[in-house]
Design a protein around this ligand. Sequence first.
Ligand SMILES: O=C(O)/C=C/C(=O)CC(=O)CC(=O)O
Ligand SMILES: [Ca+2]
Ligand SMILES: [Mg+2]
Length: 401
Amino acid sequence: MSWIDVPGFHAAAPFGPQTLPYGLVRVDDRWTPAVRVGDHVLPLRGLAGALGPRLAGLVSEDSLDPLLAREAAIWRELRERLQELTGGSTAPRGARLISLDEVRSALPFTVGDYVDFYSSRHHAENVGRILRPDSAPLLPNWTHLPVGYHGRSGTVVVSGTDVVRPHGQRRPPGAELPVFGPSTRLDIEAEVGFVCGGPVGGRLSTAEAEEHVFGVVLVNDWSARDIQAWEYQPLGPFLGKSFATSIAGWITPLAAFDHARVSPPAPPHRLLDYLVEDRQAGLDLRLAVSWNGTVVTRPRFAEMSWSFAQQLAHLSVNGATVRPGDLFASGTVSGPLRSERGSFLELSWGGAEPVELAGGARRTFLEDGDSVVVTATAPGPEGSVIGLAEVAGTIRPAASA
Ligand SMILES: O=C(O)/C=C/C(=O)CC(=O)CC(=O)O
Ligand SMILES: [Ca+2]
Ligand SMILES: [Mg+2]
């Protein structure tokens, strides 16, 4: 029996001893790294005695940056030590448990370069059909490489941060000239993000990519579809996405997903060698998106065509460096069913088919005051459940022009 006797700290719950995600919380007027245990947090700064000086030194600053900069073997060592400490029958000296509702969280690491992929075939085909009805839904490159773009790391925000409706240019349907004003088609994208760590690397193989991913976070890539539709050709997403990208405040270590490994759907042809995986790197994550409290879609990550290992191998194949703190997101997670679409653009089919919420409200795109929460779970060892912490955000009205 563990000394941690709090709700939700057991193997059948997402934040039991099998998960132990890392975050950053405010305790006694200082930020400290912590792990989430059920509905409580265990700050790590107080555990120097139990962790020993070497491991304690990695979690005694006001971010997870020193830990991310170390290699995967050290991450495994710290995780094993924390599993021992949280599973023991007596509390280690200096341990404190604080209810999650009583602490503030912050972005737990310095976000370096940010990349967003486009690796759900279902999403890519849906968006193609909605935005480009007269062309083939997929371009010829899509099945040969994980398509992506570089985003804006400075506007990555932690779960719970309000999102202000962005201003921008859009061209109303049928109009010849663009107008300026607040977006009228504000959307979400439910995605899975990968937080990089380890020594600075370039040109990583798919096998090396495994050692350069510290952990996994849920992502909401807020997207202003009207701004995007007008600006994106020929260079891709720009201001329609760079105003805010939310990530969960808790990073679930990649090691927690050892029992959730699956193969991505088979590609329709042979891949170039650098994209062939040594180890299955697809993940059986089951997402749920709620809109003002109604679950509107349940995307399955196992449907993604490209894995995180293929994405990282591809983004570095030209020699581009991968540094600790770099973040890359999977792309919108959509499955083949309507009930699995990962954006409201797809759920409402371009605004033509409103989504019903509890209480009779109907929506196509986001209204001011709307809240969206994305959660996910995965299978863990011996029938346990691995959790990915929620990414939540509420829309605030546009600032005055
Ligand atoms: O197909 C398009 O024109 C645009 C697609 C997106 O907005 C998707 C994007 O950001 C990548 C993704 O999340 O899958
Ligand atoms: Ca996206
Ligand atoms: Mg975004």
